[in-house]
Design a protein around this ligand. Structure first.
Ligand SMILES: [Fe+2]
Length: 264
């Protein structure tokens, strides 16, 4: 997708009718803009240099870790403020997601992010260490964590974008995510649906299990969507990772609208 700048607005070059007012912060780089294109190419070149089996992109893994750490993390998260999604809430060395203003209203309304501090990041690191061998076995290679977020999805958000079938198409193609559920995932209390195969052969799977259940998959390749909870908020830890020459587990939170580092 090509995009261009028009006097303080970003327009999608392919859909001029959908031109929307989009304020530019000159220091931040948004996915899908002209400045983003070389970043995206650099990332794909970098990841192509790591020996990874392309077939892994078409599979997913559902597993779980013992509930002790996820419960400890949720307790700790509940003691810190929740923050709303904000378009400019992104570290300067990260790429910001480009979300239309109508969609941003829904993000603000239905997602409550936890504003991680060191104490919570230390627990996230322990959780990642529990997941390490599962991730390495699944990828067949080492990995590094490039971003983490935790948030609650509020009940009733059926028409919210991430709850419609989509791919996370603006991440580099070998980006993987772990959704680790801090409340038990199921169709009533909120979960994720992931699709494998194509069209009439597509298979649909929903994640179900106790606290500590996780979904590990490539969100760029596999279609997926959230199922919002019916009554209580669904809490989730999102871990974004890429294959790497050496495993590095140093989770950082880079803002409610951050995706991946500018530089690989
Ligand atoms: Fe997604």
């Amino acid at each position: 997708m090509s995009s261009f700048f028009t006097g303080g607005h970003v327009s999608d070059g392919e859909n001029p009718d959908e031109t929307e007012s989009f304020e530019i912060n000159k220091d931040l780089i948004f996915c899908g803009t002209e400045r983003f294109e070389s970043i995206y190419d650099n990332w794909n070149d970098h990841l192509a240099s790591i020996d990874i089996d392309d077939d892994v992109r078409q599979t997913f893994k559902i597993g779980n870790i013992p509930e002790k750490l996820p419960i400890q993390l949720l307790d700790s998260l509940k003691s810190i403020p929740r923050v709303d999604y904000a378009k400019f809430d992104c570290s300067l060395d990260y790429v910001a997601s480009r979300i239309k203003s109508t969609e941003a209203v829904l993000w603000t309304r239905f997602l409550k992010f936890f504003d991680f501090k060191e104490e919570q990041l230390a627990l996230v690191k322990l959780i990642c260490e529990e997941l390490q061998s599962d991730i390495e076995n699944y990828l067949g290679t080492s990995f590094r964590i490039i971003n983490v977020k935790a948030f609650e999805t509020l009940p009733g958000s059926y028409h919210f974008g991430v709850n419609k079938v989509h791919r996370d198409s603006l991440y580099p193609k070998h980006t993987y995510k772990v959704f680790l559920y801090l409340t038990p995932p199921n169709l009533q209390d909120g979960t994720t649906i992931v699709y494998t195969g194509v069209r009439e052969h597509a298979e649909k799977t929903h994640v179900e299990g106790p606290i500590g259940t996780y979904l590990l998959f490539n969100p760029v390749r596999l279609r997926h969507h959230g199922i919002p909870p019916e009554i209580k908020p669904r809490a989730m830890l999102e871990i974004i990772l890429v294959p790497s020459h050496k495993t590095e587990i140093n989770p950082t939170f880079n803002g409610t609208n951050s995706t991946h580092p500018v530089s690989p």
